[in-house]
Ligand binder design. Structure first.
Ligand code: ADP
Length: 310
């Protein structure tokens, strides 16, 4: 019988920011000062003070990109369903049509940042492992690996078509689409190397003991530390896959504290030989960087492909 997935994420959609604020906080609420928050390279981010003293976090983009925010809301909702690791509370999303050009927005709880204390990395590793161990059956229809819908990795569409095999999922939904998009950067010799790699993928990757919900874009910028020194995940590109792919991504841009890796290893989720698979998982993100930012990531992509075929 086909599995039916209910997706009521409980985040209301509005066609005006003022309307959203009035609905959530009451009609006498006023917007106070707002301040730009640097760091994101896709959206504009703001802290917004309200007349009741509360501060909210808001991301904006062009009006027609509202689907990006719905997708982000679905990802954060999927993580929050697991009850394992904190995420900012979602308030609303939608478009604002009050000005001529208009914009799309995502509104959520503002997270005040705190200092990373000793226990932070242990707690983060344990929370993340709990998320990786959570039941995923309500998140994929007709297969073990996939997600409720396609989403985005950066600005690139991420395909989450359900598959029963992790190797197949990673080949057909991750490596092949990114390599195809990046074809113009590669030469003939690279194509035959990539073919060779795709044909031996089942000799390199292993199926996980059980599928896991992944953050999907787990670099340092997407983990916040709040004033209680507790971790929160932001900006996910969720899917159900092999937990090793999340850990590999954490190692791509410099890595986290050693305490994080020690604690995560104790959870038993990394299978033997993980470090030999790590760069292959990251080939997906490196190819995505070639697609988003061009030539500067090409030699890194070629080096990974070469490593696995020679
Ligand atoms: P983008 O979607 O453009 O990648 P990010 O999600 O990276 O944007 O967020 C942009 C900036 O806002 C980052 O510096 C991030 O740390 C910060 N940020 C994200 N979510 C919150 C939040 N809920 N509260 C406070 N700051 C946040």
């Amino acid at each position: 019988m086909e599995k039916h997935i209910e997706m009521n994420i409980g985040v209301p959609k509005f066609n005006s920011l003022a309307g959203a604020l009035a609905e959530i906080f009451g009609s006498d609420i006023r917007l106070g000062q707002s301040f730009r928050i640097p760091g994101g390279d896709i959206n504009k981010a703001y802290g917004m003070q309200l007349s009741n003293g509360k501060i909210l976090f808001m991301k904006t983009n062009e009006k027609q990109k509202v689907d990006l925010f719905l997708s982000e809301a679905i990802n954060l909702w999927a993580i929050s369903l697991t009850n394992t690791i904190n995420t900012p509370k979602l308030l609303a999303y939608g478009t604002d049509d009050s000005e001529e050009i208009g914009y799309s927005f995502l509104l959520m709880e503002y997270i005040e940042l705190g200092d990373i204390k000793d226990e932070f990395w242990n707690v983060f590793a344990e929370n993340l492992a709990s998320m990786h161990k959570a039941d995923t059956s309500s998140l994929v229809k007709n297969g073990k690996f996939g997600f409720l819908q396609d989403n985005f990795i950066g600005r690139t569409k991420q395909i989450n078509l359900a598959k029963d095999s992790w190797v197949e999922f990673f080949r057909d939904n991750r490596l092949v689409p990114q390599f195809k998009m990046a074809e113009k950067y590669f030469e003939k010799d690279d194509f035959s190397k990539m073919d060779k790699l795709l044909n031996k993928l089942d000799k390199i990757l292993v199926e996980p003991e059980k599928p896991s919900l992944l953050h999907g874009d787990l670099w340092g910028g997407n983990v916040l530390c709040d004033t209680k020194s507790l971790p929160l995940l932001i900006d996910p590109a969720c899917y159900v896959g092999h937990p090793e792919a999340d850990i590999a991504m954490t190692e791509l841009f410099g890595g986290f504290s050693g305490k994080f890796y020690d604690a995560y290893k104790n959870t038993g989720l990394l299978q033997s030989g993980y470090s030999e698979r790590r760069d292959l998982y990251n080939l997906y993100h490196v190819l995505n960087h070639v697609n988003l930012f061009g030539h500067s990531y090409l030699s890194a992509a070629k080096a990974i492909i070469k490593k696995y075929v020679e």
